[in-house]
Design a protein around this ligand. Structure first.
Ligand code: NG6
Ligand code: CA
Length: 514
């Protein structure tokens, strides 16, 4: 009997140990459960800045501006030194991320006016609509610049199709850029704060009778254009395009960063218990650079530097929020910029005069609009605290591949034409990135393969214009650079390696004709 009793007690203890009769989960079980959730559906936060250069971030070697919060992402994750936007301007780069398609395949994917129709074919899968298949709640908050509505658009009624028709559950956006009318936010399909008594009208052809413009009424301006940007005036700043009415809906530029941050925080709080994809799209340091007064003078570099520090601060607020909500370890943060840097992009804001020793493109040649490397090679960070080990990677990665890589993470089918699966590289498990990229600047394509960059012959000016002094990359003959040995693209090797030029031209055309 004693033997039977002992056996009984022993087996009860064993069962208790395996079932954990206390009701509490063991640490191991908690860890396993957590890993399961993390493995399957982490939140995805894409922090996307506008016109921030490779050298504008201290984690990328910038010494004149400190960006401690962006650096926090770098310290926790992977700092890619060969990370690319697909394009040297905004609209095409954003199109590539959301469609998974090279933007030069779409004839309309160029810098859009504020009244352009939606750039996407709503019947096709996009990055956000794909994530919805895995039950993600999706949002875009901030700059859009991908068109809205159909061929005609009445800003006073439903604005459709827009982000909500291509897979975003929630959107709170600037229709295009803050230098293009209309100066309003659009929440889902409605202009925010619009009064029915004061309709909003927009034109990119002609002014509305009696409305002041920057060209005719410079006395009304607090920020003067250097080139372009001399049409409708709002908040003492003249813009591209004409608008009339809608006064109650017009935004205050200086509050924009905070407005976007508050909406971002609200979205994160209300979705803390379910997987979300959030495209947090900051407008800094795009023109007009209008940091909130509390950041004015903070950089000593004028509004461009101040706007970068403002962006860095708001990013810190969002990272803090993730930590405070206890979801940082279940959130993949991707940080990048839509194109390279520019100083005078149309307003007299002292960006050139106050640049001092700062190098917005770091060691790279060119900048925004340029086929040289600083146009498209941008800061690119990926963090996933607790899962990704902090490191630096020189693998070739591109924003285009986020869709394909997240499809792979979530076990979804990747229907995108050009988006590759480089998940292992984004997670730091591999250093084998893309082998090649067909990049684009102002409608001109060029090619990177391995350490080679090949720019085909193009006619046109050598610099953008006398204000934007960035080099275009145009030359009537082939250019070939070994970017690893010659990061500043000073030695054109095309004459020395004609066979290489041929080989790369052929390979580039194969991608283009796919
Ligand atoms: C240019 C604008 C520039 C900027 C750019 C788009 C002029 C003279 N220049 O045409 O200020 O708005 O378009 O920038 O109008 S992007 O980052 O959104 O692509
Ligand atoms: Ca941009």
């Amino acid at each position: 009997l004693r033997k039977i009793c002992r056996l009984l007690v022993l087996s009860i203890l064993m069962v208790a140990a395996s079932c954990n009769l206390s009701g509490k989960k063991t640490n191991k079980e908690v860890g396993e459960a957590k890993n399961k959730i993390i493995d399957r559906r982490p939140n995805i936060l894409l922090i996307y800045v506008d016109d921030l250069g490779y050298g504008d971030v201290s984690a990328y070697g910038g010494t004149e501006l400190a960006t401690p919060n962006i650096d926090r992402i770098a310290k926790n994750g992977i700092r890619f030194t060969n990370g690319y936007a697909t394009s040297a301007t905004c609209t095409p780069s954003r199109y590539a991320i959301l469609s998974g398609e090279y933007p030069w395949r779409n004839q309309k994917a160029h810098i859009l006016p504020g009244n352009a129709p939606l750039l996407f074919d709503t019947s096709r899968e996009t990055f956000p609509s794909m994530l919805k298949k895995a039950n993600y709640t999706t949002a875009v908050i901030g700059k859009w610049h991908l068109g809205l509505g159909g061929e005609t658009l009445d800003w006073n009624s439903e604005i459709k199709p827009g982000p909500n028709e291509i897979g975003f559950d929630y959107s709170y956006i600037l229709a295009s850029t803050n230098d293009r009318v209309p100066s309003v936010y659009v929440e889902n399909d409605k202009v925010v704060g619009l009064s029915p008594d004061d309709s909003l009208e927009v034109s990119y052809n002609e002014n509305f009778p009696g409305e002041p413009t920057g060209k005719e009424n410079p006395e009304l301006l607090k920020l003067h254009p250097s080139h372009g940007h001399d049409m409708s005036i709002h908040n003492g700043i003249s813009r591209i395009g004409y608008m009339k009415g809608g006064k109650s809906a017009l935004f205050i530029d200086e509050n924009m960063s905070d407005t976007i941050m508050v909406k971002t925080k609200e979205f994160i709080s209300s979705n803390k218990n379910n997987p979300f994809f959030l495209f947090y799209s900051l407008h800094q340091p795009h023109v007009p650079r209008t940091p909130h007064p509390r950041f004015v003078g903070s950089s000593g570099m004028g509004p461009r530097g101040d706007a970068i520090l403002e962006a860095d601060w708001t990013i810190g607020q969002i990272l803090d929020q993730l930590e405070n909500l206890g979801i940082a370890e279940n959130t993949i943060v991707v940080f990048s910029s839509d194109n390279g840097p520019v100083l005078d992009d149309g307003y007299q804001d002292n960006a050139v005069e106050k640049i001092g020793n700062h190098k917005p493109g770091g060691p790279l040649r060119g900048g925004k609009y340029s086929m040289f490397d600083a146009g498209t090679r941008v800061p690119f960070l990926v963090s996933w605290p607790g899962t990704i080990k902090a490191s630096t990677s020189d693998a070739l990665v591109c924003q285009l591949d986020l869709m394909g890589s997240f499809a792979s993470l979530l076990g979804l089918e990747n229907s995108a034409l050009d988006s590759e699966d480089t998940l292992d590289v984004f997670l730091g498990k591999s250093h084998k990135g893309r082998t090649q990229l067909v990049l684009e600047a102002m409608g001109k394509t060029f090619y990177r393969q391995g350490d080679w960059i090949m720019i085909p012959p193009y006619e046109g000016p050598k610099i953008i214009n006398k204000w934007v002094r960035n080099e275009t990359g145009n030359l009537e003959e082939y250019q070939l650079f070994n970017i690893k040995e010659d990061i500043a693209q000073q030695n054109n090797l095309a004459d020395k390696y004609p066979e290489k030029v041929k080989e790369l031209t052929k390979a580039m055309n194969e991608v283009k004709n796919k």
